[in-house]
Design a protein around this ligand. Structure first.
Ligand code: HEM
Length: 131
């Protein structure tokens, strides 16, 4: 979730809702990223959603993993680079599969502040030379 403070009274377009100045507004990122209006069949792994052409069809604020605007994540480029390097170097030597203990779909923990699986993440990892 992102949090913002309304700087001035703002009428939400096409509605009778007005946000008063000073009100805290919570932006539900997970809800946006799983809204089938923007991401059909949202639980399906589908990298094609993020081709240049498909991204162009959506409002940019429907995808907010690093926030947006002047206070967005300052570490975004570093994080993306590090994640890509980590995944590439891991997948070079390993294969990952779901196993009997994997929870599909994920059941989110209600006790955690961050989004995590109730039962942990169980996977079978094998050295790629075994395949
Ligand atoms: C996958 C990794 C990361 C994710 C998903 C992430 C996500 C976010 C999000 C959603 C925000 C709030 C942006 C907003 O309110 O619009 C944020 C802020 C911030 N992030 Fe990250 N972040 C990541 C990694 C990092 C790293 C690696 C650093 C530093 C090396 C970093 C430093 C910061 C800082 C300093 C802010 C506050 C920026 C401000 O308030 O002006 N983040 N991040």
């Amino acid at each position: 979730m992102l949090s913002r403070k309304c700087e001035y009274n703002y009428q939400i377009p096409n509605s009778n809702v007005e946000l008063p100045a000073g009100m805290r507004v919570i932006i539900p990122i997970y809800g946006l990223h799983h809204d089938p209006n923007y991401y059909p069949d949202p639980a399906r792994f589908n990298p094609e959603r993020f081709t240049k052409e498909n991204k162009r069809t959506r409002h940019p604020y429907t995808y907010l993993p690093f926030g947006e605007g002047p206070r967005n994540c300052i570490g975004m480029r570093f994080a993306l680079l590090q994640i890509k390097m980590g995944i590439i170097s891991f997948l070079r030597d390993h294969r990952i599969k779901i196993c009997d203990k994997s929870t599909v779909p994920i059941k989110f923990s209600r006790r955690s502040l961050v989004t995590t699986n109730e039962a942990g993440f169980w996977l079978t990892i094998t050295p790629s030379s075994y395949n």
